[in-house]
Design a binder for this molecule. Structure first.
Ligand code: S3P
Length: 445
């Protein structure tokens, strides 16, 4: 595969009014639930990135007729809970952990065999976390040694058993996998999470007329439950803009003097807004305007202006609520006065890359004092050095985009290797980042 380098010129001011593409988590789920619903589901605002397209292709490969996407519009001819067909070949999940882990839950309920494969990054990521609960439910699953892809899920012809599962880690993917398998189980399946994680699966199942209960046991733990054997009714889904994509632009405006940016129609699901809370604690000037609701999800316009940031100790209860935003939050910390300390974030080590080590290396390469710890990072904010920074993205879209944003406070160009991966979640990133005032070119190396 060709190497697309991003060459980032230092400095810039961020201005304008933009809309970032649709939410990745919601886009995946719209295809999954639309496919196993009865009737025709229509989706608008669908993210046409490689990850969500991998999910779409997987359901086509299992016999679902799906039209689009055309300008974010998709039409899914649902086949019902039991209408999926055996795919002719392994399902290729590309770079996408969400596709893999959620699909595993759905596939475990089928009476045919399916093999899931992925790219170099995904093939290193842990799958035991979904294999364990699914095996408890009676699924028969084989993975590579070490619990990685390829993963083959056997159709046993037996109904799954409902379970009451305590998640060992705060993971919406594992929670969703268990709940989706629970659709195919006898009785009531529950997933208890140790800290709040994104609840799009629960919200969207309810939107498809499939009741999911959520009980808050205390400030941290929530138990989500559903009864197997019901049916989903097709509906319309309007996907809001992805707060995880908006985060790159929030930090861009927060760290560059004179900036003033509005990001429209951003998903404000409270299980996703940790990035805003953390930036505000650092002193960012963020206003949320035009709050309203689309299809069961809150949205707002995010208005952000430059203000000097200060280092903070990031509250651990915000970690799961901002889990995908840490690469760019580390960039914000690098531009802040003083020290920022992150703890309780060991999950960052098993994302598309080891985001603790990879971001510490990347920030050090531009002259920032960033010290990785087993479960987080300690960053002393400072000016970036005047030497050219050379960065590896390690197959991770969010490293490519976070280090592009770092260029706003750089004193010399930054060259980031292997950036085609931005297409997994944010195909128009480069256009938008140049539109708001940076100077970044993509070069085939
Ligand atoms: C996601 C859950 C999170 C997140 C990922 C998307 C989802 O993963 O990092 O990008 O859509 O459910 P974990 O469940 O591993 O925390």
């Amino acid at each position: 595969m060709s190497n697309i380098q991003f060459i980032v010129q230092p400095g810039g001011t961020v201005k304008g009014r933009i809309r970032v593409p649709g939410d990745k988590s919601i886009s995946h789920r719209s295809i999954m639930l639309g496919s196993i619903a009865e009737g025709v589901t229509t989706v608008t605002g669908f993210l046409e990135g490689e990850d969500a397209l991998a999910t779409l292709q997987a359901f086509r490969d299992m016999g679902v007729e799906i039209e689009g996407p055309v300008n974010g519009e998709v039409t899914i001819h649902g086949v019902g809970l039991n209408g999926l067909k055996q795919p002719a070949k392994p399902l290729d999940m590309g770079n996408s952990g969400t596709s893999t882990r959620l699909l595993a839950g759905i596939v475990a309920g089928q009476d045919f065999d399916v093999t899931l494969i992925g790219d170099a990054s995904l093939s290193k990521r842990p799958m035991k976390r979904v294999v364990d609960p699914l095996t408890e439910m009676g699924a028969v699953i084989a993975t590579n040694e070490g619990g990685t892809l390829p993963m083959t899920i056997r159709g046993t012809g037996q109904k799954l058993k409902a379970i009451d599962y305590s998640l060992p880690m705060a993971s919406a993917q594992v929670k969703s996998c268990v709940l989706l398998a629970g659709l195919y189980a006898d009785g009531k399946t529950c997933a208890l999470e140790p800290a709040p994680t994104r609840d799009h699966t629960e919200r969207m199942l309810n939107g498809f007329g499939y009741p999911v209960s959520s009980e808050k046991l205390d400030a941290q733990q929530t138990k989500a439950c559903l009864e197997g054997g019901g049916s989903l009714k097709a509906c319309h889904i309007d996907v809001p803009s992805d707060i995880s994509s908006a985060a790159f632009f929030m930090v861009a405006a927060a760290i560059s003097e004179g900036s003033d940016l509005v990001i429209e129609h951003v998903g404000m699901n409270p299980t996703r807004t940790g990035v805003i809370d953390i930036l505000k604690l650092m002193g960012a000037d963020i206003q949320l305007e035009n709050f309203h609701e689309v299809g069961g999800e809150p949205v707002a316009d995010v208005h952000i202006k430059y203000a000097p940031l200060s280092g903070i100790k990031i509250p651990e209860e915000l970690v799961a609520l901002a889990i995908d935003e840490f690469p760019v939050l580390f960039v914000a910390a690098s531009a802040a006065q003083g020290t920022t300390v992150l703890t309780g974030a060991e999950e960052l080590r098993v994302k598309e890359s080891d985001r603790i080590q990879v971001m510490a290396d990347a920030l050090q390469a531009v002259g920032i004092d960033a010290q990785p710890t087993p479960d987080g990072m300690i960053i002393n904010g400072a000016e970036q050095s005047a030497q050219k920074g050379e960065i590896q993205s390690h197959h991770d879209h969010r490293i490519s985009m976070a280090m592009t944003v770092a260029g706003l406070r750089a004193k010399a160009p930054i060259v980031i290797e292997d950036c085609a991966n931005v297409n997994t979640s944010f195909p128009i990133f480069l256009d938008l980042i140049n539109q708001v005032g940076m100077n970044v070119i993509a070069k085939e190396a």
